[in-house]
Write a protein that binds this ligand. Sequence first.
Ligand SMILES: Nc1ncnc2c1ncn2[C@@H]1O[C@H](COP(=O)(O)OP(=O)(O)OP(=O)(O)O)[C@@H](O)[C@H]1O
Length: 272
Amino acid sequence: MSTVLTETVALDVSGLRKTYEGHGEPVEAIRDLTFEVRRGALVCVVGPSGAGKTTLLRCVAGLLGSSAGQVTLDGAAVTGPPAGMAVVFQEYGRSLFPWLTVRQNVELPLKEKRVPRADRQRLVDEALAAVGLSDSGRAHPWQLSGGMQQRVAIARAVAYEPSVLLMDEPFAAVDAQTRADLEDLVRSLWKRLGVTVLFVTHDIDEAVYLAQRVLVLSNRPTVVLEDVAIDLPDERDQLQTRSLPRFAELRRHVYELIQLAKKGHRPGTEGV
Ligand SMILES: Nc1ncnc2c1ncn2[C@@H]1O[C@H](COP(=O)(O)OP(=O)(O)OP(=O)(O)O)[C@@H](O)[C@H]1O
């Protein structure tokens, strides 16, 4: 990759393939994924169930080896979990350590990164304040609601100051009102921190509301069906943005693409 490209492209996924080889028949999950995410962009990934969204994210996070192709973060090939990446998963209950306090949970990756103690304190304070949990630092995760636990997971990712933040259906397990609040939290943190975000969701409305671009995946074996630019005003508001005619158009377009994907349409085939 050229120097100019590394300055603007945070994440480069090129010719990515993944086939699971197990005891039975091999499962070709990802056939060919190629896309770039510019530094500071917020990109959502949607697709039919079983399309390979989680597989993609795990390959990007360096948690799963690919069968071919490569993932490049800040110009360096990803071969294992890279230092500049943080991941927030759906299962907040399992991703936080119950025997540690909220503060200690947020601090742990910073200790592993060998951040000096004074900086750790500041980063933890700032991250907890950013997610509205300054008063809950001494609580244990099991004393908090699901939405609060997910905010702890977000604080932990943010405190780490990642170059790229990966989110895998992070709000699937919380109620609708909490989900709306968390969506706005992600947008505001993204704007404030300038972090690059790759966000997997099965919720079309959520993808259109959050993103600058929505990557719609085909069904398995996965390719990109369409890269949809979300040309909504940058200032998003749960009520106003979602009532814009353009929001409805984009939502409809992504919905139709997913219906086509479910029927097995692929790029270049009729109807796409
Ligand atoms: N460890 C594994 N071994 C074999 N096949 C697997 C494994 N993990 C996932 N798969 C298969 O790979 C395909 C893609 O799975 P993946 O979980 O990535 O899809 P997804 O788009 O995230 O699905 P969902 O939206 O339902 O969460 C599926 O057919 C799944 O059964």
